[in-house]
Design a protein around this ligand. Structure first.
Ligand SMILES: [Zn+2]
Length: 236
């Protein structure tokens, strides 16, 4: 069965994804990344979802326009004092000072960055990114620890964790059992990191994004959609 559909509204084509879940009525949600998800009770004919999307097309388009105004999603960073940077979903301002011991310290709402003599943006960026990589290693491991127990019953081997910068994805899982997470994810709230890890762990059972995948995701993390939404908004 084709679970992807689209509806034409004026000059625009609205693509949507139909998801069968345990609920009594149809519900449409629009996500900051531009995806439209229709949740429907099992057995709902596809045409019903199409009709619902067509009826709500005006509202959907407004939502999409609202999210579009935030593009480009990541403003250019300058790595100068006073600029805000995210860590676990919270904003911290950069405070740059000189000292003998180079490094980054998170304290009192600030990223206190100590540089020896080179206070250039490039130097500050290098120090901050190194700090992020270290924290990512630590926090992602903790998250994996929390998310793993519900998957243990499938008697699969726990994936190895790899962290690196990725251009377009938050995470991926290879068939050989390597879970790769994007370093940038350390800027997102914990609940969102758990969501990305749980999503990837579901791929141990279902390799694609078919109905079985979403059924599993719903069962192990019923509020996944909220977390996905939050993630997309947090890192704009
Ligand atoms: Zn996936």
């Amino acid at each position: 069965m084709n679970l992807y559909g689209s509806v034409t509204y004026g000059k625009e084509t609205i693509g949507f994804y139909l998801l069968y879940v345990e609920r009594k009525t149809l519900e449409i949600s629009v996500h900051p990344d531009g995806s439209v998800i229709v949740k429907a009770p099992a057995g709902t004919p596809f045409v019903e979802a199409e009709k619902k999307v067509a009826r709500r097309a005006g509202w959907i388009r407004k939502q999409l326009e609202y999210f579009r105004q935030f593009n480009p999603r990541t403003p250019e960073r300058h790595y100068v004092g006073g600029e805000s940077h995210l860590y676990l979903g919270r904003q911290y301002r950069l405070q740059i000072s000189r000292g003998d011991l180079e490094g980054v310290n998170l304290s009192g709402g600030f990223f206190q960055i100590t540089v020896k003599d080179d206070a250039s943006a490039a130097k500050v960026k290098t120090l901050l990114q190194r700090w992020y990589v270290n924290k990512a290693g630590e926090k992602f491991r903790e998250s994996l620890e929390c998310c793993w127990p519900v998957f243990e019953r499938f008697s699969t081997t726990r994936p190895r964790l790899q962290i690196r910068r990725m251009q377009k994805r938050w995470g991926s899982l290879s068939r050989s059992g390597l879970l790769t997470l994007n370093t940038e994810l350390i800027r997102a709230p914990r609940g969102c990191i758990d969501y990305v890890i749980t999503h990837e762990l579901c791929h141990l059972q279902c390799h694609d994004h078919g109905p079985d995948f979403y059924r599993l995701l719903e069962s192990v993390m019923p509020d996944w959609e909220k977390r996905k939404h939050k993630l997309e908004l947090a890192l704009i």
